[in-house]
Design a protein around this ligand. Sequence first.
Ligand code: TRP
Length: 340
Amino acid sequence: MTTSPRPVSLTGIKPTGVPHLGNYIGAIRPAIELTDRYDAFYFIADYHALTTVRDPALLDEWTRSVAASWVACGLDPERVTLYRQSDIPETFELTWALSCVTAKGLLNRAHAYKAARDRNRDAGVEDLDAGVSMGLYNYPVLMAADILVMAADVVPVGRDQVQHVEYARDIAERFNQAYGERYALRLPEHVTSQDEAEHTMPGLDGRKMSKSYDNTIPLLGDRDALRRLVRRMKTDSTPVEAPKDPDSSTLFQIYRQFADEAGTAAVRERLAAGGLGWGEMKELLFEQLDAVLADPRERYRQLMGDRRELDAILAGGCERARERARAVLGGVRGAVGIDA
Ligand code: TRP
């Protein structure tokens, strides 16, 4: 019996820090859920991180931390192809071929590049390109190559990355216009969560949890640190007895992402009824997080403590990913007249 291959889901994770609770809810958990229905290719975008990370020890540390976190959170490396971007030379070769069909104007309009120019303009800097590297400028072409080299069907991303996936599609269309009769690249689609709360999980100060606000809670840090940070979360001065609006409570917003329906409903009622103070709510949140994260934390510690297991997982992923990438790159090379 032959089974038709499942559609491919692909995403890249930039190793620019240790994963936090917001990454888990916004990216890790939804992407792992997709692995039931898709053939998943997930990778650590270490060369993308090089546009901002200048410390080699940190780049290595964060690359391993991201890979270990995903595995610890339930990604099954037997079923999911987990790999490092830098292990796939085909991606970088494809980047050049794509650059040659990509309009420069497209990159001039990319959000991240425009934002860098706006910052210069606001600061009164005369050269609007000051501080812009070619890495930042070409970032969308490398990302298009990541996606197209694996012939991905869907790309789960946060909203800030939607433009990049659209660019990948545009660039593939340009390639196909030129060479499609000889070889056509598969056109990818982005998927973003419909659940608003997943995009906006609050951090310590109540703003969206984000590394750039320095308000994050590490996902798999130790238990004491977790308790300390939860206690530090900002609350208002509503007295214990007063009824509280669960939907405007940052503690509850985090709680409900980690609890089941019954648990969420029970806490919602207690807050609305009054009598549940913020101190106790913090304790409930900590206990809930700890219950969900205790096992992943242990697995993470193992993986970070011994490089060999993680290296073996990434080597296996590299082998499977390269096999797929080689097939696409072979088609591209033939189409453009190199090794045709
Ligand atoms: N640019 C993405 C981010 O900053 C990371 C990334 C790199 C990516 N290559 C990708 C995401 C390919 C999806 C597909 O989050």
